[in-house]
Design a protein around this ligand. Structure first.
Ligand SMILES: [Zn+2]
Length: 343
């Protein structure tokens, strides 16, 4: 009899153990840490909290009538991160809109004078129609500048292809030659947005006072130098809470194509440089599609070398290059929204 009881108990315990494992395995969550968030973006501040990420099905394929904004909202709503980080999945998405005609708002290089005017041809910037089926529109973004040399190089390369981009700048780098470089990029029609003042804080972990200060000090510098207040903002490392998205007063722009260029900055030898540049090129070309927002960093020469190859290839494949605000047809009514989850 004792043997039979022992056998029954043993079977019961085995069943309970298997059920427990199955329960663990059935959970639909993976864990990612702020460490991983910063690793994915090359940022260098304090890791602490753990963020649960909910995995969901990929976006359904867009129909012919799907507008650029719908595509982006579909992407957002199909790849949510849970908790109060990022975009709140319970928020109503905006009703589909007719894709607007996006026209450049500033003349090319209006402040060119003297030698610069003599050597810089007047650029007729194209009028972008994002519903023109002949072209596919994307937005290049460049973080962490301005840079006294590379800012000019990126802006000129964009101009060479009749395009513009968006520069998310760091306030404490906006001075002297770097401030002039930022103004040059702005005058060519590029968009200047806020990244942060110090680049030392994540916006989902820092204090309210720091959050406000990082944004307002950078916004003032951009406005003082360009004469135009920024509309869009990119959080350091892509991290921000939904409440701060809403209270920021800006359209918050993350990305959905990551060049991972900060991982490949070494130019130790011509071989290493070539390998690294090729890695960045492949990261972008293997992932880019219509309507994408692509992350580069403005402060690395390998990034520029890779960008030259990327823009040439994409141009030949029918892509054209607009600012984030042009791509998304942003205006003041979009303040407090978040585009993309940085993944
Ligand atoms: Zn950054």
């Amino acid at each position: 009899m004792k043997r039979i009881i022992a056998l029954v108990l043993s079977v019961l315990l085995s069943v309970m153990f298997i059920a427990g494992c199955a329960n663990d395995a059935s959970t639909n969550q993976t864990e990612t840490t702020v460490d991983e968030i910063q690793t994915s973006t090359g940022c260098n501040t304090q890791p602490t909290t753990t963020v649960p990420v909910t995995t969901t099905a990929p976006a359904t394929e867009a129909t012919e009538d799907t507008t650029a904004k719908e595509i982006i909202y579909n992407a957002i709503t199909s790849n949510k991160v849970s908790s109060d980080l990022w975009y709140d999945p319970t928020e109503p998405t905006e009703a589909p809109v007719v894709v607007p005609v996006v026209k450049p708002s500033k003349p090319a290089n209006p402040d060119a004078t003297g030698d610069e005017a003599a050597t810089t041809p007047e650029i007729q910037r194209p009028t972008y129609t994002t519903d023109d089926k002949n072209y596919k529109y994307i937005a290049f973004t460049f973080d962490d500048g301005p840079h006294y040399e590379l800012t000019y190089m990126f802006a000129d390369k964009l101009r060479e292809y009749g395009g513009v981009g968006t520069f998310y700048v760091v306030g404490n780098r906006i001075h002297g030659e770097q401030a002039e470089a930022m103004k040059y990029a702005y005058d060519l029609g590029n968009e200047i947005g806020i990244h942060g003042y110090t680049h030392e804080y994540y916006y989902h972990t820092c204090s309210d006072a720091t959050f406000r200060s990082e944004l307002s000090k950078t916004a003032k510098l951009i406005t003082d130098i360009t004469g135009e207040a920024p509309l869009t903002m990119r959080p350091v490392g892509g991290g921000i809470t939904s409440s701060r998205v809403k209270s920021s007063g800006y359209v918050v722009i993350n990305w959905n194509v990551d060049s991972n260029d900060w991982r490949y900055t070494s130019r130790y030898s011509s071989y290493v440089k070539k390998q690294n540049v090729n890695a960045i090129v492949e990261n972008v070309l293997n992932s880019t599609d219509e309507g994408d927002i692509i992350l580069f960093h403005e402060i690395y020469y390998n990034s520029y070398d890779a960008f030259c190859k990327v823009i040439d290839d994409l141009y030949k494949r029918g892509y054209r290059f607009v600012t984030v605000s042009q791509l998304l047809a942003l205006d003041d009514s979009d303040r407090g929204k978040l585009y993309y989850n940085a993944y």
